[in-house]
Design a protein around this ligand. Structure first.
Ligand code: AMP
Length: 362
């Protein structure tokens, strides 16, 4: 197939760092467009490894990374807790999209918040905290309740302690085990929303509709598409994500999570430069889904239309919820997605189901 020299054409091989369900769904979308995928991860039975070629190695195995780079035409990543240094090694040999400094910013809550503030997007009031004295000062400034979060390696509410009235600060600090932290004002939010924007090699951008997310035990439980919010607020959320993608010079996807406050303001919580759980609904309810959009963006293809043809409610199947697969298959309006994980540990994302309500065409 002939194409522009900057285009990584169908038939090429996409390298994906990480073997989880996001990599699996990216590989399946890539296969539809005629690409091969090569996964790099340490687990030989990971969800993505089941559907693609794989290199099984530690994320910091420099030799394996260099060999992997030689075997693929472009590299992307499907989760954040990989060393940015590994992406830097890859970037010496092959295009890495999104680029490693974006991952570095997303991995560190301090850098992430500073970045959003630098582009004029509001975040919850926050203070860096490096030790027990620093925590006491930060609590003096921000008050209670507030939230102590590790600056790095936190996800699904891990590495977080709520500083409620009466909580002993020494105990809270001990729980965090001396890691670099931030203290953040507790936001009495009206709802949590997120938006995913894609940006291509030509600078074109496309946003999926803004969605509302509900969490259970700090893990995403349900995503409702679209969010039931004022269209102006949805427009502001999309504009924040797009501004961030442009400022980062992103090629790929960027998911931005935000709080909507009771007085109708948006506060950015965090970002993820990869496909996002709150975008799984797009697989069944949009003209182009987030995984295909990622493939298009990183391969220099034209972005697809993110238009929503159906309203959708996506529910994660967490731990034993996966046992419901048979009744779900019997629901006519449901789309079931299972990730091929053999052990349904509590809190583990095993799959998801998207229930659709088609939108009337006018
Ligand atoms: P995070 O790891 O920062 O995404 O936090 C996980 C979840 O904890 C969020 O989705 C919120 O439900 C809750 N949370 C985090 N930060 C705050 C905050 N400053 N105020 C209130 N709730 C929060």
């Amino acid at each position: 197939m002939s194409a522009d020299p900057g285009v990584i054409a169908p038939g090429s091989t996409i390298g994906i760092i990480g073997g989880g369900q996001l990599g699996r769904m990216t590989a399946l979308a890539a296969a539809r467009l005629g690409y091969r995928c090569h996964i790099f991860c340490p687990d030989e039975d990971a969800p993505a490894v089941q559907v693609a070629q794989a290199t099984i190695a530690a994320f910091d195995d420099a030799r394996a990374l260099v060999e992997f780079a030689a075997a693929v035409d472009v590299v992307t990543f499907e989760f954040e807790n990989i060393p940015a240094a590994s992406l830097r090694i890859l970037a010496d040999h092959v295009a890495v999209r999104p680029d490693w400094p974006i991952l570095e910013t997303a991995q560190d809550r301090r850098a992430e918040k500073t970045f959003f503030q630098s582009i004029g997007s509001a975040v919850a009031d926050w203070q860096p905290v490096d030790d027990a004295d620093g925590l006491a000062h930060a609590v003096d400034r921000l008050g209670r309740p507030s939230v102590l979060k590790t600056a790095r390696l936190g996800y699904d509410g891990k590495g977080q302690v709520k500083i409620a009235p009466g909580i002993d600060l020494a105990e809270a600090w001990a729980e965090i085990q001396g890691q670099e932290c931030i203290l953040e004002s507790f936001i009495d939010f009206e709802r949590e929303i997120s938006v995913i924007v894609a940006r291509g090699t030509d600078g074109a951008t496309a946003c999926f509709d803004v969605v509302e997310n509900r969490h259970r035990n700090h893990i995403l439980d349900v995503t409702m598409a679209p969010a039931q919010i004022d269209p102006r607020l949805a427009g502001q959320a999309a504009a924040i994500a797009t501004r961030a993608a442009v400022a980062l010079n992103l090629i790929g996807l960027l998911a931005v999570e935000m709080f909507v406050t009771a007085d109708g303001r948006l506060l950015v919580n965090e970002m993820a430069p990869r496909p996002h759980n709150s975008g799984h609904w797009t697989m069944d309810a949009c003209l182009t889904d987030q995984f295909e959009q990622l493939v298009r963006a990183i391969c220099g293809l034209p972005l697809g239309s993110p238009e929503r043809h159906s309203d959708a409610v996506m529910t994660n199947l967490i731990g034993p919820d996966v046992d419901l697969w048979l009744p779900i298959l019997k629901e006519p309006e449901s789309h079931l997605h299972l990730y091929g994980k053999s052990v349904a540990r509590p809190g583990r994302k095993m799959g998801h189901v998207t229930r659709l309500t088609p939108r009337p065409r006018i």
